[in-house]
Ligand binder design. Structure first.
Ligand SMILES: [Zn+2]
Length: 354
């Protein structure tokens, strides 16, 4: 199976995360790309380097101000002197003008770069460094180059996207994500002729960004299995079972929140229900948001899925028989990360053959 990657995805060095006020090393690191790439090669997948896509590809999904912010904010941060005083060379927001703060007041663009950071980023964990935008754009290139290969007749293509993307909304980033690779892939599949596209999100966390982007649309289904936000997990306030879409998008969202400690049996049953929904939706193409952080060894979630579980999920989604773009999302346990990805891809390919 073709596997699209880009060396530029290594350029993003988050330099840690700020969580509950404390700087931690962080787990969304460049080594993730290296271990996945090595596993892909060992498994015999054909590595393809992503082609450069014009910035205009972002416009159907992301607000122009978000794109400009991500492109320019680190340069402005350095120009403002924060690297020297107080000694922070990454963009870390501290001020969040929420809807509750603003009420009926209009909101202006903040003049101060340190305030502007929180107009676009909704958490303190998602830092911007010198290579962040280049890497996020390269991840988009991977996803859209994978769609191009589908257009050339490949039945399933994997995109080694890093940083991940499913937490990014139209105008806000967070959750270690900067641009929504999966949403952009789904949009491109629509533009390339698929009347209906389904996104199936297997990451341990609800993909609130993708969900929000397509919540009111009838032409793109979003289904996700994830750890129950009601049990205290990111993204905390969304991802519940009663979120099913609104307006023209009524019925096109399907969430499967699972209790912490859920294992293969429970998780695979939920994936089967998502596959049924995709079939009922009559999707003509599917984007899989392949987070493998639902694995038992992963430090970022309490789900207990195994490589066999991911292989089974792949088989079920492959059996849909649809052109498929598999986009990398989370997955942070370096020793098992590559094997989990390959297990999924192996299952998906075998499902397509049956
Ligand atoms: Zn995740």
């Amino acid at each position: 199976m073709p596997a699209v990657w880009s060396p530029d995805t290594l350029l993003h060095q988050p330099g840690g995360e700020v969580w509950v006020g404390v700087t931690t090393p962080g787990t969304e690191i460049p080594a993730r790309v290296e271990v996945i790439r090595n596993a892909l090669v060992a498994a015999g997948h054909e590595l393809v380097e992503a082609g450069r896509q014009d910035d205009t590809v972002l416009h159907p999904i992301h607000h122009p101000r978000l794109i400009a912010h991500l492109r320019d904010v680190h340069t402005e941060w350095l120009a403002a002197g924060f690297a020297e005083d107080p000694g922070q060379d990454r963009v870390v927001p501290y001020f969040f003008p929420t809807a509750a703060m603003l009420g009926p007041l209009p909101s202006q663009r903040a003049a101060a770069v340190h305030a502007r950071a929180g107009q676009f980023c909704y958490d303190t964990m998602t830092l911007v460094g010198p290579g962040t935008y280049a890497a996020a754009r390269a991840a988009v290139d991977c996803a859209l180059s994978a769609v191009d290969l589908i257009g050339n007749g490949a039945p399933v293509v994997y995109a080694l996207c890093r940083p991940p993307g499913h937490h990014v909304t139209r105008a806000a980033y967070g959750g270690s994500c900067y641009l929504n690779n999966a949403a952009l892939a789904a949009q491109r599949l629509r533009q390339d002729g698929a009347a209906k596209v389904a996104v199936v999100d297997l990451d341990a966390h609800h993909g609130n960004g993708t969900a929000a982007i397509f919540y009111e649309r009838a032409d793109v289904f979003y289904g996700s299995v994830h750890v129950d936000p009601g049990a205290g997990w990111f993204p905390h306030v969304v991802g519940f079972a009663d979120e099913t879409g609104i307006g023209e998008g009524s019925g096109t969202t399907h969430n499967e929140p699972l209790s912490p400690g859920s294992d293969d049996a429970v998780w695979c049953e939920a994936v089967a229900r998502l596959a049924e929904s995709v079939a009922a939706f009559a999707a003509e193409a599917v984007v899989v948001s392949l987070g493998v952080d639902a694995a038992a060894d992963d430090p970022e979630s309490p789900l207990l899925v195994s490589a066999d579980g991911y292989r089974t999920a792949g088989r079920m989604l492959g059996q849909l028989g649809l052109p498929s773009v598999v986009v990398q999302e989370g997955g942070y346990h370096l020793p098992s990360l590559g094997g989990l990805v390959c297990a999924y891809l192996d299952g998906h390919a075998s499902g397509g053959d049956s």
